[in-house]
Each structure stands twice: as C-alpha cells, then as structure tokens.
Write a protein that binds this ligand. Sequence first.
Ligand SMILES: Cc1ncc(COP(=O)(O)O)c(C=O)c1O
Length: 285
Amino acid sequence: MLIYLNGKYLDYTQAQVPVDERGLQFADGIYEVALIWGGQFVDLDRHLERLERSAAGIELDMPLSRSEIREIAAELLRREPQKQAALYLQITRGVAPRDHRFPDQAKPTVIAYIKDAPVDHVALQQGVKAITEPDLRWLRCDIKSVSLLPNVLARQHAAQRGVREAIQVRAGVGVTEGSATNIWMVHQGSIVTAPASNWILSGIVRSVVLELARAEKLPVAERFASAEELFQMDEVFLTSTTSFVMPIIEIDGKKVGDGEPGPVTLRLQELYLERLDQIAHVTLG
Ligand SMILES: Cc1ncc(COP(=O)(O)O)c(C=O)c1O
C-alpha cells in the first residue's frame, strides 16, 4: 500500500510519524474520505471544499492548494490504479513538543492514501439494522475532525448489539445523525433530515441526495425529528460516501414501517447509483 506523507510517496512500512505528532497527541486535525468509482474521483471538489471549511474551523492554514491536493490524489491513483475504492486524506497541526497551544514552528502533517471501500450490495438491497444512542459529541460536529471518540463508542455499541449503525439523538435537539452517516426519514412520502448546522457533519452524499430528491419533486424538510417521531416513520435510511443510500429496516429491535426497504429510499438509492455510473461513464468516455 502506497502512502503520501508530507511530499513523499512511501511504502506503508516506511510511512511513519513521530510520537509527538499532534494528530496522535491531541487529535488536532481534520480529514476527508472521497469515493473512487469506475476509476474516477467522485465529487472530489465538494470534499476539498469541506476540507477547507474544516481547516478554517480548527484555525489551521491549509498547507496545500486544492489543485495540489487534486494532483496528489491523481498521482496515488496513477501509481495504484483502482476501479472502486476510497481516498483518505488527513491534515494535522504537525509535530511539536507536547503543549496544548498551537506550535509556532510546526508544519502540518499531510497524509493521503487509497483504501479499499467494498460496496455491500446485499445491505443496499435488504437494508440494515440500527440502534439509538445519546449524542455525546462536542458542539462543532460540522467540522470533520479526526477527534472521533464519541463516534467510535457509538459504532462499537452498535456492533456489540449486532447492528450496522448507531442513530444519535441529541438531548434538547432531536435525531442528529449516525456515527459516520447522515440519517433520513420518510413519513407519508415526505422526507426529513437534520439541517446542516453545528449538530451534524453535513455529508457530501447528503448534499447530492437533497439535490436528487428536489429534482424528483419529492418534498424534503430539513429539520430535527424527535426520537419519538423516528419510531413512527414509514422509512428510514442512511447516507455516506462508502454506504451510499442504505435502507434501515429495524431500530432498537422495532421494525421500521413493514420492516422492508421502502419505495422512497429505493428510488433515491437508484438515482444515486445512476449518478455514480454517469460520473464514471462520462469521465471514462
Ligand atoms: C459523522 C458523520 N456524518 C455523516 C457522514 C457522511 O458524510 P459523507 O456523505 O460526506 O460521507 C460521515 C462520513 O464519514 C460522518 O463521519
């Protein structure tokens, strides 16, 4: 596996960072995950724009321009061609003696590599199960920070219960999002998802699915649903770069609707997959 680390393309075993790397010490960094489909990057510009917003959110000057990052991504894919995979990108505040304050001298650490991202076709067709969990995260969930401990705990609790995702519910706010996915609900044909705000990571797939739903003239409300409402929904689904549009058929052991993936979910899934294939096809053709 090839790793880009601070200007060099290295073998996995050669790519190492010091112990006082601030990503390791303080989770003082940001990241992105972008899909590669049909050998093409999908929505890379949207991901890079969000990366820049995340950098601003942690008061970090971007060490590379958007075109420089595009070039690194393209070079990784040239050296290790993949049809279907994901690009992982991480930028931290660099290496410096341990001190909470920003270092004066440190140069940000930039890491990029391409990783496997297999598509779970069975889950896309049959749906997955979820649990609810209290949302214990900080107040800036809009920043895609590598500080993911509450998300890690939520996902682990889901795994311990034998289900795919934990749907987080913020006290006083409502249903926010999954541990690494955005959450959508459908009631009597109307779609509900949490508004882009400090309470969620505004997903790139979320933005695409909003556009697809509006183009289909499906009614969409960006608002927080309550935990009680979640259990009255006809359909629930999740979205993310590596999960696409995935039906949720059971929450906390209770069936969603009739316990089968619903028509709105499956229609949006179909539109999303068609869009992916168009991107791969158009750029290949
Ligand atoms: C907390 C959280 N919400 C939502 C998402 C979905 O974002 P995207 O559609 O950009 O993959 C992610 C992706 O990793 C995430 O970590």
